[in-house]
Design a protein around this ligand. Structure first.
Ligand code: SAM
Ligand code: SF4
Length: 431
């Protein structure tokens, strides 16, 4: 979501004559977009600002804005502690950025803008064209969260759940497709909780499927509690919706899920997986895990490893529990660090073995790959298959933006290597 937000901030700043630069030395304004989900986030901000200070030691100081969730959570402290920062801007106040920059340029003011004004934000962003022209583009459909899992800062930094209207979303999706995007990844802290008037996520998926030149749709992240029958059906019926579902589970133990306030059991989670597999046999799953949540016993941890082995997630993101200031879990007794690290090691070993086996089985099979880019001046093309696996091929044809059937010849831990199936390539004879 921060990547999407950063692009939209750049789109906005064009209105006051700023253009983006990849060269930090020539920046007049430096914007650091931050994430607060796990620890050390604030330390990273001070470290980054230190780096900018060094770069500009003998030059005119740029305007420095800290935006995103660290700004939201630590706003006033950041401004007091690091005088080099001109403004802190929370994720629901991005629409104020141009005004803030102009105020700093003209009056050299210090600004703390951390109100939750999500409706105003999207009202202003909707009239600014989304200029992103990547083959695979992000599109935020929903923000914030009302679920209050005990470990998580999102409800405090992104604010309450808010869904954009489906007409706004469709209009932005069409812009992205006109810019050349072939795949759209719908974003939200809880996309499965999407609700605008009578429109649910499933309705949105059907509507987006009607956009002719849009080839692929994905969404992330969803919550098991919101996984309703209509959404299962959309997975079966929407051919453009890719057959990989990222469904975070966090733990394999119902006791821990209850302690986390996740509001579902492991049996309910497994039922969603079973139903989806029955109705759409090609579907595969990825997930998020928190290891060593306070109170996690050896037995609870074993259940998490067993869940990994049972579902065989093809991808997973696992982290040791990180106490976030202001969340209820921050006050709980932490599990000994050595034990936590050992559990993470064991879990990741199991996850890696499963992933390795899955990838080995792909060798000699065919995959439909949407190609996104190529290495500079080379015929080496990078794309993703339907399961979001990275695929690299060599080709004399310009493959960017095209979907091709690829025979997979080999793999390593992160990438599949293959060749385009020539019988699928259409030939032209011109004389
Ligand atoms: N809304 C999604 C859900 O309900 O699963 C997850 C969104 S959260 C922004 C992304 C992931 O960060 C979570 O799934 C969780 O695994 C991880 N995470 C959040 N807070 C954490 C914490 N305090 N410690 C470790 N991991 C955390
Ligand atoms: Fe955080 Fe997701 Fe829980 Fe919301 S549902 S509090 S975003 S982990």
């Amino acid at each position: 979501m921060n990547e999407y937000d950063s692009k939209r901030i750049l789109d906005l700043s064009k209105k006051i004559n700023y253009i983006s630069t990849k060269n930090i030395n020539e920046a007049d304004c430096y914007i650091l977009n931050t994430c607060h989900i796990r620890e050390k986030a604030t330390d990273k901000v001070y470290h980054e600002v230190g780096r900018v200070k060094k770069e500009f030691r003998n030059k005119k100081k740029p305007i420095v804005l800290i935006v995103g969730c660290v700004a939201q959570a630590e706003g006033e402290v950041l401004l007091k502690k690091e005088k080099y920062i001109n403004a802190v801007v929370g994720p629901q106040s991005y629409h104020e950025i141009n005004k803030i920059i102009i105020d700093i340029e003209t009056k050299n003011t210090k600004v703390n803008s951390t109100e939750f004004e999500v409706i105003k934000k999207f009202d202003q962003l909707n009239v600014v064209k989304n200029t992103n022209n990547k083959i695979s583009s992000f599109l935020t459909i929903q923000e914030g969260c009302d679920k209050f899992c005990k470990f998580c800062v999102v409800p405090y930094t992104r604010g309450p759940e808010y869904s954009r209207s489906s007409s706004e979303i469709l209009s932005e999706a069409k812009q992205l497709v006109d810019n050349g995007s072939k795949e759209i990844v719908l974003l939200g802290q809880n996309v499965s909780a999407y609700k605008s008037k009578n429109q649910r996520l499933s309705d949105l998926l059907y509507s987006l499927s009607q956009i002719k030149s849009l080839e692929r749709i994905r969404y992330t992240t969803s919550h098991p509690k919101d996984f309703t029958e209509d959404l299962v059906q959309a997975h079966v019926e929407c051919k453009k919706l890719m057959p990989l579902l990222h469904l975070p589970v966090q733990s394999g133990s119902t006791k821990i899920l209850r302690n986390m306030n996740r509001n579902h059991t492991i049996e309910e989670y497994l039922k969603i997986i079973k139903t989806l597999k029955e109705k759409k046999p090609s579907i595969k799953f990825s997930s998020d895990f928190i290891i060593a949540y306070p109170g996690e016993t050896k037995d609870d941890f074993k259940k998490t490893v067993s869940l990994m082995e049972k579902v065989k997630f093809i991808n997973s993101y696992s982290f040791i529990f990180s106490a976030r200031p202001g969340t209820p879990a921050a006050n709980l007794k932490k599990i000994d660090d050595k034990i936590a690290r050992e559990r993470l090691r064991i879990f990741q070993l199991s996850a890696t073995e499963i992933k390795k086996k899955y990838r080995k089985e792909l060798v000699n099979s065919n995959a439909n790959v949407l190609f996104e880019n190529n290495a500079k001046n080379s015929n080496r093309y990078f794309g993703r298959d339907e399961y979001f696996n990275s695929v690299i091929v060599n080709s004399n044809e310009n493959l960017i933006g095209k979907i091709r059937s690829v025979k997979i010849n080999s793999c390593n831990q992160n990438t599949l290597f293959g060749e385009v199936n020539l019988e699928d390539t259409k030939k032209v004879y011109a004389a």
